[in-house]
Ligand binder design. Sequence first.
Ligand SMILES: Nc1ncnc2c1ncn2[C@@H]1O[C@H](COP(=O)(O)OP(=O)(O)OP(=O)(O)O)[C@@H](O)[C@H]1O
Ligand SMILES: [Mg+2]
Length: 387
Amino acid sequence: MTRTMSYRQPSVGIVGAGQLARMMAQAAIPLDIRVVLLAASADDGAARVTPDVVVGAPDDAHALRELASQVDVITFDHELVDPALLAELEQEGVIVWPSSGSMALAQDKRRQRSELGALGLPVPAFANVDSVDDAQAFGEAYGWPIVLKASRGGYDGRGVWVLRDADEASRVVEGALASGTVLLAEEFLALDLECAMLLARRPNGEIAMYPPIETVQADGICRELRVPADLDPVLVTQAESVARQIAEHAGIVGIMAIEFFVSKGRLYVNELAPRPHNSGHWSIEGAITSQFEQHLRAVLDWPLGDTSTTSDHVVTVNLLGPGDGIDPRSNLAQALGVEGVHPHFYGKEARPGRKIGHVTATGRDASEVETRARSAHHLLVGEKGKG
Ligand SMILES: Nc1ncnc2c1ncn2[C@@H]1O[C@H](COP(=O)(O)OP(=O)(O)OP(=O)(O)O)[C@@H](O)[C@H]1O
Ligand SMILES: [Mg+2]
């Protein structure tokens, strides 16, 4: 054999094979990082475009060890993993970023509220709910409506209920407790806006922070991202400081997103995600270093990239599966007729309400950028005449 052995290709194992893994795999190509996926099914969005796939459940110890044996570091597309199992791998010398400890915090909204509150960070008033009485007492104390949340496993507003009164509280809490859901209640905040901070952190503690992102939500689902968020500079400084403190408290390595509420001019922490996040999808075209490349750099302990924006304004519109059965991919050619827009599809079936892609536009003028992104989005979902 005449093969030269002077170069060992870096490799990253990703647990999960959804859109985040797919976009990480895409970012890995120019850096020639080998990506190996642990996919629940060979048909998952990322598995269909990545050659190296281990098929198995994310909490299957055998499959995880198989993944670990093939890569330099393990990271994640989602949080549906068992932190105890990750801790075992860490004990065995496997590099896991984010760590089992970061993951345990991110999975648990109760813990996030109490630990971040104890650090003195601004969180909404909250209480653990273990009975109907607990929820009713919280409603009496803070006023109705209240927000009830499943402590674990929620996404896109699944696991979030706005309860208008004691009767509704009794009905919903009883049902949720009967199915074994661990619950907390929060004050219902009148929202001025929602925003997110995105940062990357290296094992040595170095942090790179992106500009603030406005996350426009409807029915618990993020619909649009606008960068930079139109946020009072005082709140931007506060959000950066809070994000930094959370990253350090959680010992984050990789990308972390922190979701915030702004209510009556005040900032509140909503929740954190220890991985590339929907609120960072604008960064693919809108930042010098995308969140996906940045995550790979951080987990491989490489220098972090420039987080500056590539233009004055960036707007990303999320593409949800429409209710009429039309697959937005069939309208791609029309959408590409809008100048300078970047559609992304996740390789997912267009089930109603499911995030199946997004479209980004960048430019100098906020409303012009918004118009282009929304026109392309309307053409994709087939809503004619709205562009
Ligand atoms: N205390 C609150 N007051 C007012 N609105 C709230 C409150 N908590 C949540 N919401 C609304 O519900 C949305 C979803 O809440 P949250 O982020 O807690 O749930 P999730 O399903 O875990 O979200 P994700 O999809 O980001 O994982 C928020 O973005 C916000 O619009
Ligand atoms: Mg959220």
